[in-house]
Design a protein around this ligand. Structure first.
Ligand SMILES: CC1=C(CCC(=O)O)c2cc3nc(cc4[nH]c(cc5[nH]c(cc1n2)c(C)c5CCC(=O)O)c(CCC(=O)O)c4C)C(CCC(=O)O)=C3C
Ligand SMILES: [Fe+2]
Length: 339
């Protein structure tokens, strides 16, 4: 199939203090997140002048991606659209239609399946096409990439670098992978292979692959940044509780790999670099947070590989035995189980 463009579809974030509240309203519309939680999260953004790093990081990735596409001889203009903040995906898809784009690939910036990481991006695609009407381009979303070799290698190198910075050999510091928590119910709902817990199983699998490349067989997978009412169960343990537990075990040092995030989002720079690092310091645990994969040149190279899977019948590159999922046309969910 031929494509006229690539839509880089992400979460979006505020770029000034007055944008924080309306952004948070967009994120949580109809989700039952308590207002106290919104106030707390707004504070996190205000620590950074009301600016989330996410848009700048995405623009950096797009610059690198344009370079990689050009080197690969692919003439594919890259457009930027977001779910929750400007440039909003509706505006971007309207612009694509105006530019005469008839069919485009969509790269969504989440490695994962599940509602927030995949299904909701299909919904964004469908909503944007509907807003634009009959002239809207056909939009083909690329698959989930949690087990792509370049994503795994970039994360593994970042973990190695963090061990080096700590001056520790793997084995002298505990390796802890962290990803965004989600409600247990949400995790159970989705599993395109007929089994539940697709998201948490993918996170576990990506952690296993990265740890394997680093040569560590003893590691933990934990969760962070939960929201929602306290009585609703989310994936656990939380990273903070886990650091307490490691302290109780007498663990002297940790390397934290934020495998769940493709770049240094607010959840990484606040919840890890600030809160978790501070707790570790209080506990006397030496702490290093590994880099995210987004700034590694292999990340845009991976996107070019994913494009090649669609356009050149290039082989699907993956390191796990879990089935590929997440591809979809015009926002139709990829699978009955909602991917
Ligand atoms: C699985 C997952 C990912 C990883 C996959 C992916 O990358 O997509 C992710 C990414 C992100 N989440 C982000 C921000 C927020 N997420 C929130 C709320 C929520 N996230 C959830 C899940 C996830 N979220 C869930 C189940 C909720 C509860 C409400 C709901 O059911 O929707 C809220 C509301 C306040 C709060 O409750 O914390 C905010 C502000 C940002 C941008 C950060 C920046 O600005 O740099 C990014 C990349
Ligand atoms: Fe989130």
């Amino acid at each position: 199939m031929t494509f006229d463009a690539l839509l880089f579809l992400s979460f979006g974030g505020p770029e000034g203090p007055e944008e924080v509240r309306p952004f948070l309203e967009n994120v949580t519309r109809g989700r039952g997140v308590p207002p106290e939680r919104l106030d707390e999260v707004a504070e996190h953004y205000h620590h950074f002048g009301g600016v989330s790093p996410i848009n700048r990081l995405n623009r950096d990735i797009m610059v690198a991606l344009r370079g990689e596409l050009e080197s690969a001889g692919r003439d594919l203009p890259v457009y930027f659209g977001n779910r929750n903040w400007h440039p909003m995906v509706e505006e971007t898809v309207a612009q694509m239609a105006a530019d005469g784009v008839g069919r485009a690939l969509v790269f969504a910036t989440s490695a994962w399946g599940g509602y927030s990481g995949c299904r909701q991006y299909h919904e964004d695609i469908a909503r944007a096409r509907e807003a634009v009407g009959p002239r809207a381009p056909e939009l083909v979303k690329l698959r989930q990439f949690f087990d792509h070799p370049l994503f795994v290698e970039a994360n593994a190198d970042a973990v190695r670098a963090a061990f080096t910075e700590l001056g520790a050999e793997p084995g002298q510091a505990r390796l802890v992978f962290t990803a965004h928590s989600i409600p247990l119910r949400a995790d159970e709902e989705i599993g395109p292979d007929g089994a539940p817990n697709w998201y948490s199983r993918q996170v576990a699998e990506a952690a296993r692959l990265v740890a394997g490349q680093v040569g560590v067989d003893d590691y933990d997978v934990v969760w962070q940044s939960r929201s929602g009412p306290a009585h609703v169960p989310w994936l656990e343990p939380d990273i903070g509780d886990h650091l307490d537990e490691l302290y109780a075990q007498g663990v002297p040092a940790v390397v934290v790999s934020p495998i769940g995030f493709v770049s240094d989002h607010l959840e990484v720079v606040w919840d890890l670099d600030n809160e978790a690092a501070e707790l570790a310091e209080e506990l006397g645990i030496r702490f290093r947070r590994a880099a995210t994969a987004g700034t590694d040149p292999r990340f845009p190279q991976m996107i070019v590989d994913l494009v090649a899977e669609e356009t050149s019948d290039a082989p699907v590159q993956k390191l796990s035995d879990m089935p590929t999922a997440g591809r979809g046309v015009n926002g139709e969910p990829c699978d009955d189980a909602g991917c």
